[in-house]
Write a protein that binds this ligand. Structure first.
Ligand SMILES: [Zn+2]
Length: 337
C-alpha cells in the first residue's frame, strides 16, 4: 500500500488545541504566575513560596497563597505577573482572560484599592494589546470574610463596570459560608452592570448552586461540578444556558472527584449544560488551560465538537467585548471546519 500524500495526511491530522480560540474564565490571577518566576521572587525576598505536593484539605494551599501575596506586593513583581500571565494566555490560544483579582491585597503597595485596581487595569491593557489578549477583571470577594466587607468591596468596584472590570466573584471554602449571605453585595454589583460569577458547587452540593442562582443572580457558576447530584438542577442549568466554569484537575486534587475519569464534565455536556474548561490555580495544581483541554480530550474522551462547544461557551458567556467574541466565534468554527 502506498503512503498517503502529505496534503491528505494533514487533513486527518489531530486538530491543535492551541489553535482553538478560547476564554479563560476561572483563573485566580496570582495563581497564574509561572512556577519559575514565583521561585525566583521567593528566593529574592526570602519568602517561602513552596507548593505542597498534595492537598489533604482546601486550607492546605493557603500558606502558599500568603507567600505569593507577599512577593506580589512588590509593584514590579505584580506587573511581571500580569505581563507573563497574559503572554501565557496568548501561547495557549486564549483570546480573552477573565482574571479573578483581589486588588485590596495591594492597598499597602498602591495606597488604596482603587489605585491598585487602576494600576492593574492599565498594565492588563498594555500587555493585552502587546500579546493580542483581551483582559476583563473579575473582582473576587472572600466568603470567609464578613458579608459587610463584600458589600464595601462591591461598592468600591461598581464604578469600574465597563472600565476594566466585568464581573463580581465570590471565592474560598463554601462550607459554613453560604452564598445567600452575600445577596446585598451581588445586588450592588449586578445593578452596576457586572456579571455575577460566584464559586458554588465545589465543596458543597446543589443547594449552594441554587442559592447562587436564586439569591445572587449568578450569570455563571465557577465550578458547579456537584450539580450532577440533582437531575432537576441539571435540567434547569441546561434550560437557562447557565455556564459552569469547570476545573477538572483542581477538582481532582481537592478531592471533589475521586479520579479525573470520574469528572462530570462530559455528563453535564451530554445533558445540554454549557461548560467551560479552566485551570483555577495552575501554579498550585500544575496544568494550564491548554493542558486542561488536552486532559479533557485524552482522559475524559471529549470529541473535537465537544471541546469546541466548551470553547464557544467560554467565549459567549464571558464578559469579553463583542468584537473579541465575534472574532473568536468565527475562529472556533474555522478550527472545527
Ligand atoms: Zn476558583
Amino acid at each position: 500500500m502506498t503512503e498517503a500524500p502529505a496534503a491528505v495526511r494533514d487533513l486527518v491530522a489531530v486538530r491543535d488545541l492551541k489553535d482553538l480560540p478560547k476564554a479563560h474564565l476561572h483563573i485566580h490571577h496570582e495563581a497564574a504566575i509561572r512556577p519559575e518566576t514565583l521561585a525566583e521572587m521567593g528566593a529574592a525576598e526570602g519568602v517561602d513560596v513552596s507548593v505542597p505536593d498534595h492537598f489533604d484539605d482546601f486550607s492546605d494551599f493557603s500558606q502558599t497563597y500568603r507567600g505569593m501575596l507577599q512577593v506580589l506586593s512588590i509593584k514590579e513583581n505584580l506587573f511581571r505577573l500580569i505581563e507573563e500571565s497574559i503572554e501565557d494566555c496568548a501561547r495557549d490560544g486564549v483570546a480573552y482572560a477573565e482574571f479573578g483579582a483581589s486588588p485590596h491585597f495591594y492597598v499597602d503597595t498602591f495606597g488604596s484599592t482603587e489605585l491598585a485596581l487602576d494600576a492593574m487595569i492599565e498594565k492588563a491593557r498594555e500587555y493585552g494589546a502587546k500579546w493580542g489578549v483581551e483582559v476583563g477583571y473579575m473582582i473576587t470577594a472572600d466568603r470567609v470574610e464578613s458579608p459587610d466587607e463584600a458589600v464595601t468591596y462591591a461598592k468600591t468596584v461598581a464604578p469600574y463596570a465597563g472600565r476594566g472590570v466585568v464581573s463580581f466573584g465570590l471565592a474560598n471554602d463554601e462550607r459554613g459560608h453560604p452564598a445567600a449571605q452575600f445577596e446585598e453585595a451581588f445586588r450592588i454589583a449586578k445593578e452596576a452592570g457586572l456579571l455575577a460569577t460566584p464559586h458554588a458547587g465545589e465543596l458543597a452540593g446543589p443547594d449552594e448552586i441554587l442559592s447562587a442562582l436564586d439569591v445572587l443572580g449568578a450569570d455563571r457558576i465557577l465550578h458547579g461540578a456537584t450539580a450532577v447530584q440533582s437531575d432537576e438542577l441539571v435540567a434547569r442549568l441546561a434550560q437557562d444556558g447557565t455556564c459552569l466554569d469547570l476545573c477538572p484537575t483542581s477538582n481532582l486534587l481537592l478531592g471533589v472527584v475521586p479520579t479525573l475519569e470520574a469528572h462530570p464534565l462530559k455528563t453535564l455536556l451530554d445533558a445540554g449544560v454549557r461548560c467551560s474548561i479552566n485551570a483555577d490555580d495552575p501554579v498550585l495544581f500544575g496544568p494550564g488551560i491548554l493542558e486542561e483541554y488536552q486532559l479533557c480530550r485524552d482522559v475524559l474522551g471529549l470529541s473535537d465538537e465537544e471541546l469546541a462547544a466548551c470553547a464557544l461557551s467560554s467565549i459567549e458567556c464571558s464578559g469579553a467585548s463583542e468584537v473579541v467574541k465575534q472574532k473568536a466565534v468565527a475562529g472556533i468554527a474555522a478550527w472545527l471546519a
